[in-house]
Design a protein around this ligand. Structure first.
Ligand SMILES: Nc1nc2c(c(=O)[nH]1)N[C@H]1C(S)=C(S)[C@@H](COP(=O)(O)O)O[C@H]1N2
Ligand SMILES: [Mo]
Length: 313
């Protein structure tokens, strides 16, 4: 069971030497025979790059497990607007312009907002959250995100009593996201949460990775992270957050309702129609490991009390 742990000294996460030391450690790990199971980055993994973010505390919610190397997190991606192969997003992210970037919050709120992402960062501050990430395709990673709780944005917007769901919309711009020229999904990518899920302290808006600004392929400049749900819930490159009365139609559940539900909670007992969800492959590991209910974040179970667990996928 995940537990909050905040005993890391302030500022330690931004200490360059700490990252360098860890980088060496990761490189040794990947050099062994099991390194063959790693997705091969197109270039050598030189470790984190990009602007350093001001992180004030670190929360390890992956049980002390070593984070997946930067090179794998940034070259093995799902971001269909940048191509459907795992290596495509890293190759095609060059046209995405993540700054300046404004986020609009609208719908059933007392305070509709349009704010620059960097203004949001200044307002809320940043923390590092190390989470497990489980894709519906049965692979997983351990990712040191940088961000702020989604609950902070919800509080700022002051939802009305009618707001029951929150919808997240990705940028629609085929110039920056060339994959939108093909109708793979019904663009823009839309995901959604129930409002009580959205204010759960684990739900995160991520703006960084390994202490650095988020690379385009990982959803720059701001993306959703909901660690107890399959990765597809985590919409990338978000431009709009809308509070609504009714459950929003979400991209994957519209495309294949029998394969992807609205909830998308990680559940080893409910198989995808085309493969088992009982086990998963942690990127970098050879043997599959058992999938954990709610991806190991069982503290969210009360959110779903009284609902049929088989309907939660
Ligand atoms: N806009 C958008 N968001 C998206 C996707 C996508 O194709 N487009 N893929 C989702 C899926 S299936 C997963 S597993 C995660 C992958 O995040 P990562 O590439 O940063 O690991 O992003 C999710 N967010
Ligand atoms: Mo996924």
């Amino acid at each position: 069971m995940a537990r909050w742990r905040t005993d890391e000294p302030e500022g330690a996460v931004t200490d360059e030497r700490l990252w360098l030391a860890r980088r060496e450690f990761l490189r040794l790990g990947a050099a062994g025979a099991l390194g063959l199971a790693l997705p091969r980055p197109s270039a050598a993994d030189d470790g984190p790059t990009g602007a350093v973010l001001p992180v004030t505390r670190r929360v390890d919610l992956a049980g002390g497990e070593r984070p997946t190397p930067w090179g794998a997190i940034t070259t093995y991606n799902n971001f269909y607007e940048l191509g459907t192969d795992k290596e495509d997003p890293a190759r095609n992210a060059g046209g995405l312009r993540p700054r300046p970037w404004t986020l609009t919050v609208d719908g059933e709120v007392h305070r509709p907002l349009t704010l620059d992402v960097d203004e949001l960062i200044r307002r809320f501050g940043l923390e590092e959250r190390i989470y497990r990430m489980r894709c519906v395709e049965a692979w997983s990673m351990v990712i040191p995100w940088v961000g702020f709780p989604l609950a902070a944005l919800v509080r700022l917007a002051e939802p009305t009593s009618r707001a029951r769901f929150v919808a997240f919309r990705t940028l629609l711009d085929p110039g920056q996201l060339p994959g939108q020229r093909r109708a793979v999904l019904d663009w823009p990518y839309v995901e959604g949460l129930r409002i009580d899920e959205a204010v759960h302290p684990l739900a995160l808006l991520a703006v960084g990775l390994y202490g650095r600004v988020l690379p385009g392929q990982d959803g720059a400049p701001i993306r959703l992270v909901v660690p107890w749900k399959y990765g597809f819930k985590g919409a990338k490159s978000i431009v709009r957050v809308s509070f609504v009365e009714r459950q929003p139609p979400t991209s994957w559940s519209r495309l294949a309702p029998s394969e992807y539900g609205f909830y998308g909670n990680v559940n080893p007992a409910v198989d995808h129609p085309r493969w088992s969800q009982a086990r998963e492959r942690r990127i970098g590991e050879f043997f599959r490991r058992p999938t954990l209910p709610f991806n190991g974040y069982g503290e969210v179970a009360p959110l779903y009390a009284g609902l049929d667990p088989r309907s939660l996928y």
